[in-house]
Ligand binder design. Structure first.
Ligand code: SF4
Ligand code: SF4
Length: 168
């Protein structure tokens, strides 16, 4: 039977309803999960759900999480978009220890028709989000649980992991 995907407009409500449960599940994994096995499960589910969800139709992380970029990434972006770097920083960015983030949560590189204008030179933080295929997930469970409100793939992975671990 075809999997019914959750709708992006329902995600925040559903994730808030599951928030306490997800934090309990995090504690459960910390106490019971094998680190390497958990990484394999995350990677498998990451691949499964990114085949089902189309980021270009979602863009929730682009609207709700501030991206960050380092100096060299910012230079490439400014070159790509022909931006005046000094003015762009003044108007839109905060700088901390050589990393830049937007003053608000909506990414200024997202166009009105929901397209990323810098898909050819994405910063690492965009390429890697939500980090569910990375190693040592056992030590990053807090940020994964927090991202369930933003990313439908994270939400789905957590729900499926709960079934696999027979978590109640
Ligand atoms: S740079 Fe592109 S992918 Fe990254 S947050 Fe902005 S719009 Fe989204
Ligand atoms: S929130 Fe998740 S599914 Fe949506 S665009 Fe970002 S990474 Fe893709």
């Amino acid at each position: 039977m075809e999997k019914i995907l959750i709708r992006i407009e329902d995600l925040e409500r559903l994730a808030l309803e599951k928030e306490d449960e997800n934090y309990r599940f995090r504690r459960f994994l910390k106490n019971h999960a094998d680190e390497e096995e958990l990484d394999k499960q995350f990677k498998r589910l990451h691949e499964k759900y990114f085949k089902l969800y189309d980021c270009s139709k979602c863009r929730n992380c682009c609207k709700k999480l501030g991206i960050s970029m380092n100096e060299s990434e910012l230079n490439k972006i400014c070159e790509h978009l022909h931006l005046d770097k000094k003015k762009f920083i003044e108007d839109h960015l905060n700088e901390k220890y050589g990393n830049y983030s937007f003053k608000g949560t909506i990414c200024q590189f997202l166009s009105d028709d929901n397209r990323c204008q810098i898909s050819d030179c994405l910063p690492e933080s965009c390429k890697e989000f939500p980090y569910t295929n990375k190693l040592e997930r056992l030590f990053s469970l807090l940020s994964i649980v927090n991202h369930a409100k933003v990313c439908p793939v994270v939400y789905e992975i957590l729900e499926e992991l709960k079934k696999e671990y027979r978590f109640r």
